[in-house]
Design a protein around this ligand. Structure first.
Ligand SMILES: O=c1ccn([C@H]2C[C@H](O)[C@@H](CO)O2)c(=O)[nH]1
Ligand SMILES: [Zn+2]
Length: 150
């Protein structure tokens, strides 16, 4: 079966919806993520923190754990959003987690809250800045499941 492809604005909007549910009373840093599976199902996730700070789970892993535990292990894209005017980039643990399930070139969209060029002197609003990357760029020379195939 051929994929119909994913709807990028929809995926980004689902990441912003997920961000609204961020539980981040300690860092006050809200993050949202959204994944689209090869079955065209979208899974959102937010960061969920803990009074024991090290227990925090990032938005990217929340979304992945939701999807994988519902039977979706192959993905067409991931979008990550925050409240910042510049895109953020996944932490090391999330990169390894993404590496487990993503193909090297699968699109990862790192999306700002608003375009950094927006300011009082701007007459026309510029939408969010989208940095397009993939896991082979974010985690080069990585260790992955193939290495355990013996
Ligand atoms: O890509 C990222 C970076 C950070 N965080 C979360 C972890 C923690 O709750 C807060 C501050 O690091 O942001 C994410 O969810 N995703
Ligand atoms: Zn992370």
């Amino acid at each position: 079966m051929t994929s119909i492809g994913f709807d990028e604005p929809e995926l980004i909007s689902r990441a912003f919806q997920a961000l609204q549910r961020s539980y981040s009373p300690y860092s006050k840093f809200r993050v949202g993520a959204a994944l689209v599976s090869t079955e065209n199902e979208i899974f959102g996730g937010a960061n969920v923190e803990n009074a024991s700070y090290g227990g925090a789970i990032c938005a990217e892993r929340t979304a992945l754990v939701k999807a994988v535990s519902e039977g979706h292990k192959r993905f067409q894209a991931l979008a990550v959003v925050s409240d910042l005017d510049e895109p953020i980039t996944p932490c090391g643990i999330c990169r390894q987690f993404i590496r487990e399930f993503f193909s090297p070139e699968t699109p990862i969209l790192l999306v700002s809250q608003a375009h950094p060029a927006n300011n009082a002197s701007e007459t026309s609003y510029k939408g969010p800045l989208i940095k397009r990357t993939n896991i082979s760029v974010l985690l080069p020379d990585s260790f992955g499941p193939e290495q355990l195939d013996r």
